[in-house]
Design a binder for this molecule. Structure first.
Ligand SMILES: [Ca+2]
Ligand SMILES: [Ca+2]
Length: 172
């Protein structure tokens, strides 16, 4: 993208972007800077031109986004440990094409919110897959609402939350 920068006679100048560019879509500008001598544009030897390359640094201004905010399951009480229960996928809009260590980079890590799983019965791996890692006991709890966090790698990080709702029944 080429941006226009007004010519100046002499001195220093400050470049100001007057539009709100988003670095998720544009991360580099090339503009021309020129200056004219005291006699104006009539004498080419007093005209100098240089190019300025501007790179935008992405800010982490977007939360990750889950493809599904909630998954509801009904499970038998004797569901074995290690069973795959659900898969959550979250993407981060920040700087999705960049390999530079800035912004969110579209990488997220997953975590089960500790307060939502006091019995440590659910675990999520780096792909967003949730497994049962404890025993289900209908007499202790017949429903569970485990919150899955997707945390981006921005600074500071931003978080999105999805819910895995589980109803426990006795398999007869
Ligand atoms: Ca951003
Ligand atoms: Ca982000």
């Amino acid at each position: 993208m080429l941006i226009k920068i007004p010519c100046i006679t002499y001195g220093t100048f400050i470049l100001t972007l007057t539009d709100s560019y988003r670095s998720e879509t544009v991360n580099e500008f090339i503009g021309s800077v020129c200056s004219q001598g005291e006699e104006g544009w009539g004498r080419k030897e007093h005209v100098a031109e240089t190019k300025v390359r501007l790179s935008l640094v992405d800010e982490n201004d977007n939360d990750p986004v889950f493809s599904e905010d909630a998954i509801h399951l009904t499970l038998p009480e004797d569901t074995p440990r290690g069973s795959l229960l659900a898969s959550f996928i979250a993407l981060d809009p920040d700087n999705p094409l960049s390999l530079l260590p800035q912004g969110g980079e579209s990488r997220v890590r997953y975590q089960v919110a500790p307060d939502s799983d006091p019995g440590h019965q659910f675990a999520v791996d780096e792909t967003g897959t949730v497994r049962l890692v404890g025993n289900l006991d209908r007499e202790t709890a017949d429903t569970h609402n485990a919150l899955v966090w997707a945390v981006d790698d921005g600074s500071p990080p931003r978080t999105a939350t999805a819910t895995l709702a589980v109803s426990v029944h006795v398999d007869k």
